[in-house]
Design a binder for this molecule. Structure first.
Ligand SMILES: NC(=O)C1=CN([C@@H]2O[C@H](COP(=O)(O)OP(=O)(O)OC[C@H]3O[C@@H](n4cnc5c(N)ncnc54)[C@H](O)[C@@H]3O)[C@@H](O)[C@H]2O)C=CC1
Ligand SMILES: O=C(O)[C@@H]1CCC=N1
Length: 275
């Protein structure tokens, strides 16, 4: 919505929480040019893969001493924010930009926990960020400096598409659509494989066909300028097999209605995680 000037990656960054999403972002940032020598990861239960990544690339992992970071990225579970806030205090100073990926936690929630921070960006990335194919929504606190916002934009852009929002309330909808969205696509691959097995295919073959189909359709959607509805119509011969299947999927209470209900459930849950 708002134009953001092009910026460079932060000169130094501390990532708190390097699990599935934090770890995915870290990989994308390092591949995108973030300086490992000025990057720190804090995670008391870091997994072997991230531990290996840190030692391979020269990223500092769980240092004994910490000081205020230029950019502090929060990537623990939203429910863990309160517990983490006390240990995070020394990492935050007036010049610190805090970037949060915590579902539901508002800019006000973050400012209440980390009042010394100069600026906040609340974002919602998604898992394909690990291969630079993510989709991220972001909103900045009022009073953020232009260069901090530009740095956040450069950081998030390492992971793919970035959409800046002016209205913070909309980030719960972003969470429901693109944050959780990869799970809906993976469910489609799972369910299609199961349906193929029920139709008589050997299970492993059904899984291979379903996986390649969902991945191929996604790649075509990405490569083609044609909108999704038109691509769908291109598969659908009048009176043919796809029309028979879509008659089931698109009937009342079918996939579009279910997705509307699912997105609303996720959006509502994001609101409940605030506080
Ligand atoms: N998994 C996903 O697809 C997405 C997750 N998110 C958000 O990312 C955050 C993390 O989710 P996941 O990566 O899925 O969870 P996860 O459980 O895989 O990772 C969380 C990590 O935080 C660490 N941690 C916990 N307390 C900590 C503390 N006090 N200090 C430092 N590290 C701490 C844990 O050891 C763990 O490695 C959540 O807030 C979630 O809302 C956002 C977008 C997508
Ligand atoms: O399920 C969750 O709460 C997180 C946020 C979006 C994707 N995973």
């Amino acid at each position: 919505m708002t134009d953001t000037p092009k910026g460079s990656l932060p000169a130094s960054l501390t990532l708190v929480g390097a699990g599935k999403m934090g770890g995915a972002l870290l990989r994308g940032w390092l591949d995108g040019g973030l300086d490992p020598a000025t990057t720190t990861v804090i995670d008391p239960q870091v997994g072997p893969e991230i531990s290996a990544l840190c030692s391979e690339r020269g990223v500092t992992l769980n240092p004994e001493r910490t000081s205020a970071a230029q950019t502090l990225v929060l990537a623990m579970k939203p429910q863990g924010l309160d517990d983490a806030a006390t240990t995070l205090a020394p990492l935050v100073g007036p010049g610190t930009l805090v970037v949060s990926i915590l579902a539901g936690k508002t800019l006000a929630n973050l400012a209440a926990r980390l009042p010394r921070a100069g600026a906040f960006v609340r974002t919602m990335p998604n898992l394909p960020a690990s291969i630079g194919r993510g989709a991220t929504g972001a909103v900045a606190s009022t009073g953020i400096k232009a260069e901090q916002r530009a740095q956040a934009d450069a950081l998030l852009a390492c992971s793919g598409l970035v959409e800046w929002l002016d209205d913070e309330a909309l980030i719960d909808a972003v969470t429901a659509v693109s944050g959780s969205g990869p799970a809906y696509a993976f469910l489609l691959a799972e369910a299609l494989a199961e349906a193929g097995t029920k139709a008589g295919l050997p299970p492993e073959m059904a899984a291979r066909l379903a996986r390649a189909t969902v991945a191929g359709a996604g790649a075509l959607l990405d490569a083609s300028p044609i909108e999704a509805g038109e691509l769908r119509r291109n598969v659908t011969s009048p009176g043919g097999t796809t029309a028979a299947a879509l008659g089931v999927l698109m009937r009342e209470g079918g996939l579009p209605d279910l997705l509307t209900e699912a997105v609303e459930a996720a959006r509502r849950r994001a609101g409940e995680l605030a506080g």
